[in-house]
Design a protein around this ligand. Structure first.
Ligand SMILES: [Zn+2]
Ligand SMILES: [Zn+2]
Length: 240
């Protein structure tokens, strides 16, 4: 399976990233990636970007070194109502919105509360993708979350960084991937790179895809057109 794009990355702007957008683009170009998304952390995370970063995000070129760039956010899910930490004014300027649960913003709770939070985040009209839903620190009813994503035309992420940073994610993500395959859905692969060298790195995610038996039709990262078509269904027409 040929992966041509990465939906999740961080830069120096978030204060715990180690590369600039330009450096990530350089590396992406060098390894033959066609597109990546800059998805900085929403303001509520300790080391994160403020509202103005996202309002001004149009300054990032559409293409650097021949690599297409999507301007996005990894917003924080704030509560079980699925609210996230950016204003509509900023969200409207973004190509891609990932919403994730992070421990410093959302204290891990029981499976019912977390499932409710994720389903409501899925229903949030600004959210496109749920980030690292396989994190075992936030237990979920996987089948219900998959069904909600399907019903609302949203994607669930397989996060390559989780397999090192969030212990126990692999087992959960296998279940998630198999469930998505069963309903004919698609996963979105994110490297969650915090340094240029990690952009487009999906070593563990590819193992998982093989083990879960996902085909090209189940992975949005196999074609730029596929992701752009998906974003079009979300009301975003992006020209490069
Ligand atoms: Zn995250
Ligand atoms: Zn991230």
């Amino acid at each position: 399976m040929n992966i041509v794009l990465d939906i999740h990355s961080h830069t120096v702007a978030c204060q715990h990233g180690y590369s600039t957008v330009q450096e990530i683009a350089r590396q992406a170009s060098d390894i033959g990636l066609e597109m990546f998304a800059v998805t900085e952390h929403g303001p509520r995370l300790l080391a994160a970007n403020n509202e103005y970063f996202f309002r001004n995000i149009r300054v990032i070129p559409r293409k650097i070194y021949g690599v297409k760039i999507l301007r996005g956010v990894e917003a924080n899910i704030l509560d079980d109502k699925g609210n996230i930490d950016l204003t509509e004014r900023a969200l409207k300027r973004l190509d891609i919105v990932i919403a994730s649960l992070h421990e410093s913003v959302f204290t891990p709770r029981d499976i019912h509360t977390i499932t409710k939070a994720l389903i409501n985040a899925i229903k949030n009209p600004y959210v496109d993708i749920i980030g690292h839903p396989g994190n075992p620190r936030f237990p979920i009813d996987i089948e219900r979350v998959i069904q909600a994503a399907l019903d609302n035309n949203k994607l669930l992420e397989i996060n390559n960084h989780s397999f090192r940073a969030r212990k126990g994610s692999f087992k959960n993500c296998i279940k998630l991937a198999k469930g998505i395959k069963d309903v004919g859905g698609m996963v979105a692969l994110g490297s969650d790179a915090h340094i240029s060298f990690h952009i487009g790195i999906f070593d563990k995610a590819m193992e998982l895809i093989e083990e879960a038996g996902l085909g090209e039709e189940n992975v949005i990262n196999t074609s730029v057109e596929k992701l752009l078509d998906y974003l079009k269904t979300r009301g975003k027409e992006i020209e490069f």
